[in-house]
Design a protein around this ligand. Structure first.
Ligand SMILES: [Zn+2]
Length: 228
C-alpha cells in the first residue's frame, strides 16, 4: 500500500511549484498526495480584484492537483493574514488525524512572506497536536518524515540535505500542470517561476547525480528515512 504525503503551503500554488514535481513522482509510483493551502493567495494579482482572483486561484489549485493526481484543500484564511494560532494549527492537526500522512512537506522556516513562515509554524504545531491523545474520533497520528521544500522566496539559510530524483514523466506531468497557474506563467509580477524551478531541478540534479532532482531540508535528522 502506498504512502500518503501532505504538502502544506501558505498560498494556493506554493506547494504546486516547490513540492509539485515530488508529489507527481510519488503519485506515479502509487502514493497518495494532498495539497493544502493555508490561504487563497488572492491578493497576488496586480489587476484582478482579490474577490475575483480568489475564485481563479481555487480553480487553478484544483486543476493542478487533478492534473498530477493529488487532492486539493484550502483553509479559509485571507492572503497576508494567516494567523499562527492554535485554531489554525488545530485545523491542520485534524486533517493529519483524518488522512494519516507518513510524510509532511511545508515551507522553510525563513521567508520573505510571513504567510510562508506561518504555514511552516502551523505545520509543525499541527503535527504536534495530531500526535497527542486528545480524544479525537480520528485518533492520534504521528508524521514519520517532516520536510521543508526549496522555494526562492524562502531562501534564507536553506541548505538542502536530501535530494529526490524527479523522473522525466513526473517532470513533464508537473510542467504541463503548472502552466495552468497564472502567477507561475509570470502573468502577475513577472517572475519566471516555471523557468526558475525547471532550471533548479536541473541544477539539483547535477548535485544529486541524476538528470533532475528537488532538494529538501529534513526537519528531524534523527528520523531520516529513505526519501519520497
Ligand atoms: Zn506564497
Amino acid at each position: 500500500m502506498g504512502r500518503t504525503v501532505l504538502a502544506i503551503g501558505g498560498h494556493i500554488g506554493d506547494m504546486d511549484l516547490t513540492a509539485g514535481p515530488t508529489l507527481a513522482k510519488m503519485v506515479q509510483e502509487g502514493d497518495r498526495a494532498i495539497i493544502l493551502a493555508c490561504t487563497y493567495g488572492e491578493r497576488g494579482h496586480p489587476t484582478i480584484s482579490p474577490e475575483e482572483y480568489r475564485v481563479q486561484k481555487v480553480a487553478e489549485g484544483e486543476a493542478f492537483a487533478a492534473a498530477i493526481g493529488a487532492e486539493f484543500r484550502v483553509l479559509d484564511y485571507s492572503d497576508g493574514f494567516l494567523p499562527d494560532d492554535d485554531s489554525a494549527a488545530e485545523q491542520i492537526a485534524d486533517i493529519i488525524r483524518q488522512e494519516k500522512p507518513e510524510i509532511l512537506i511545508t515551507h522553510w522556516t525563513k521567508s520573505i512572506h510571513r504567510d510562508h513562515e506561518r504555514a511552516a509554524i502551523l505545520a509543525e504545531r499541527g503535527r504536534f497536536l495530531a500526535s497527542l491523545p486528545v480524544g479525537s474520533p480520528y485518533g492520534r497520528h504521528g508524521i514519520t518524515q517532516f520536510l521543508h521544500a526549496d522555494n526562492w522566496e524562502d531562501a534564507e539559510g536553506f541548505a538542502p540535505d536530501m535530494y529526490v530524483e524527479i523522473p522525466d514523466a513526473a517532470y513533464e506531468t508537473w510542467r504541463a500542470a503548472i502552466q495552468g497557474q497564472a502567477f507561475a506563467r509570470g502573468e502577475t509580477y513577472g517572475f519566471r517561476y516555471i523557468d526558475y524551478y525547471s532550471a533548479n531541478m536541473l541544477a539539483k540534479g547535477c548535485l544529486a547525480g541524476t538528470t533532475r532532482a528537488c532538494g529538501f531540508v529534513v526537519a528531524d535528522k534523527g528520523a531520516k528515512l529513505a526519501g519520497p
